[in-house]
Design a protein around this ligand. Sequence first.
Ligand SMILES: Cc1ncc(COP(=O)(O)O)c(C=O)c1O
Ligand SMILES: [Zn+2]
Length: 465
Amino acid sequence: MRCSIAAAGSIIDRRPVVHGRPLAADGEAGSLVARRGRVMRSYLTHLECTACGATYPADRLATTCPACAKVLYARYDLAAAARQMTKAALASRPWNLWRYAEILPVRDPDAAPRLGEGGTPLLAVPALGRAFDLDRLMVKDEGRNPTGSFKARGLAMAVARAKELGARAVAIPSAGNAAAAMAAYAARAGLPAHVVMPADTPAAIRAECHALGARVMLVAGLINDAGKIVRENAAARGWFDVSTLKEPYRVEGKKTMGLELAEELGWRLPDAIVYPTGGGTGIVGMWKAFAELEAMGLIGPKRPKMIVVQAEGCAPIVRAYERGERQAPLWEDAATIAPGMRVPVAIGDYLILDAIRESGGTAVTVSDAELMEGVRLAAAGEGLFIAPEAGAAVIAARKLRASGFLERGDEVVIFVTGTGLKHTDLIDAAALVVEPGDTATIAALLDAAGPGTHVRSIDTSEHPA
Ligand SMILES: Cc1ncc(COP(=O)(O)O)c(C=O)c1O
Ligand SMILES: [Zn+2]
């Protein structure tokens, strides 16, 4: 096995190389039977309540804790898993999230609906780093996932598990990306998909859900209003509700972002992770991943500072963090142009807040104008057209360096949670149309633009650290 170390600006490619060539990103034969003939299998043992500690059997459809209604986590025989999921064994597995099958809940990964989820690149972003005075700034580009966001990881797992345990249809209240991901995996699994989301969800996402064959309902409200509709109809209509953290397996899929990050960095973790946060499964999933990796002896006790980023117009977690509370009450009149962060209340609030505090992290807000600046900086400076939520994380990194919370030499990973391609409505793309033969107008326009103005670079003087 050989690993190539990233030069500035290059892909940090730690994909295993077998016989001198990297494995195909999504496996070659479609089978998860590992080379050397050993079948990869889940070491899932039971479910455990994150609040009251009650335990439950894993192999039946589960929602929240029957005793206290809090979040259930999947638990594994980590000692046995560690004997199979060794660094050497991982070296011969395809670079997608199923490589961690021992600590994923799906009993039969070969039967799971798969679309090439996970295995996203970790990219150095030196232009942003120079502009922000951060020498070791990186992004994990989750926009490369099926359906263009990190939500694919969680929904791949939740839909696979729902199907495996006998669900006949799946339903989701969503800010948008999760609905698209669920619709895609449900289509792949042959399950009917029911989606409820805010009426002002970006048109591209609404179109995506329709195209993927989901039944789409739009609500004049937010994701919590959508959640109520799903909750009130699920039982009677035979839907299995895969709302964030209301079933135990989406978080298992999100966990794989943390597993990949540790592996890509050579089995260590960065100094800080900056994450745009709504329902919080990204943050809590990675936090769970790190604990499991340590228990398996794959990493040490060092943890990154977990940094939650929310929008000024919807910041329940930031408010609770600042007040020293462990619960985050509903944020009234939530408003932001970043749909994934328009989540006024999170069932996993205590898990998110614990991760921030235990890691020595923090929670910050950015304005809508700032997050769009983040989108522009990443696009023009690094060639990454990112979702507005990710733009917020970019600006949060700059703010935290400016405040001194982050140090110049810190290794900082920003999670680019989604692609900008679903949000073209936020970009001013107006341009004059010229007649092909109108050389006078063409020349006038080109002269007005001036030489080289199409080459945009980040002006560091505008963004003092
Ligand atoms: C692009 C994007 N980023 C971030 C988030 C927030 O993720 P989470 O709900 O896991 O905190 C979402 C949620 O919809 C999203 O779509
Ligand atoms: Zn409980």
